[in-house]
Design a protein around this ligand. Structure first.
Ligand code: SAM
Length: 287
């Protein structure tokens, strides 16, 4: 690919966009902008106020290193060390899943289960990863006390950093442990979860980018459903009567997840589609 004589901001962006597009990266220009803004420590808009400014050698070297890593399959969020979910900036690193737009449906459904969003309530986020769901629900339910659990000590550390960063340490607590173990004997008005839900054998067929994410965050067991077996069976004991369970699942898992909700005695079991019109979230209430 022909290289320009002077690497101005615009020339760098144009070159990278082309290279990323050739490599099959969706949103190539946006990613080029995000990475360059990260290196130059400015906003994306500011890039264009100095579009004809040549990059210094050190800036160019730093940017090239990131481009190389991106082309090697590292998700842009890990390179930036940050990702926004529900308007909340979150630290992310390879110990946590990069929160997906699909998961916003969990937030919409979960807040909708509360008739009075301003009323105090207790919320549990199982498998919290970066803390995305816990923090978004704390934001949506301003009187809620939220407990988030994860079995990965590294994820717990990241989630705790994100709680502090969001200034929500008074209302959001992150605990380490296996699913419900850290909340033994407690009850909640709302339980939300985006657990691992990819079948083990499918993980090796995923894109290089997804495979950079922790296996622990992806692996849902032989059929991808092992977490729903446990969550649906155990959740009623941790919910107050009328309390709601809301889970994200794969687009092709809706029927099997519904069956688990019904088997566990949940009522009003409802499937909700995500913004891409895929079956994505199932929820129901403890009678
Ligand atoms: C699909 S990620 C979801 C992360 C986050 N909730 C989100 O939506 O971005 C699943 C998370 O479950 C955690 N996890 C895996 N097994 C677990 C278990 N037995 N108990 C608690 N958390 C677990 C992983 O460490 C990972 O952070």
């Amino acid at each position: 690919m022909a290289q320009p004589q002077t690497w101005t901001t615009l020339a760098v962006l144009d070159w990278t966009t082309k290279r990323f597009t050739e490599a099959g990266i969706a949103g190539a220009r946006l990613e080029a902008q995000l990475l360059l803004a990260h290196v130059l420590q400015c906003s994306r808009v500011q890039l264009y106020t100095a579009f004809d400014k040549p990059l210094a050698d050190g800036e160019l070297a730093g940017y090239r290193a990131l481009i190389k890593r991106r082309l090697g399959g590292e998700p842009v969020a890990y390179l930036l060390g940050e990702h926004e979910f529900w308007g909340i900036p979150l630290h992310v690193d390879p110990s946590v899943l990069v929160p997906r737009p699909d998961t916003e449906t969990v937030i919409e459904v979960a807040r909708g289960t509360r008739a009075d969003r301003a009323a105090p309530c207790r919320v549990l986020d199982l498998c919290t990863g970066s803390g995305a769901i816990a923090l978004a629900l704390a934001k949506e339910l301003p009187a809620a006390t939220v407990i988030a659990t994860d079995v990965s000590p590294d994820a717990v550390a990241i989630a705790r950093r994100n709680v502090e960063r969001a200034g929500l340490g008074e209302r959001v607590e992150v605990r380490h442990g296996d699913l419900f173990a850290p909340v033994a004997g407690e009850t909640f008005d709302l339980i939300a979860s985006n657990p691992p839900y990819i079948a083990t054998a499918v993980i090796d067929t995923l894109s290089a980018e997804v495979k950079r994410e922790p296996r622990l965050a992806l692996d849902g067991g032989a059929d991808g459903l092992s977490f729903y077996d446990r969550i649906c069976a155990e959740a009623p004991a941790f919910l107050v009567p009328g309390g709601a369970l809301v889970v994200e699942h794969g687009f092709d898992q809706a029927e099997t997840v519904r069956a688990r909700f019904e088997r566990a005695g949940f009522t009003g079991v409802t499937l909700v589609h995500d913004l891409g019109k895929q079956p994505r979230v199932t929820w129901g209430r403890r009678p």
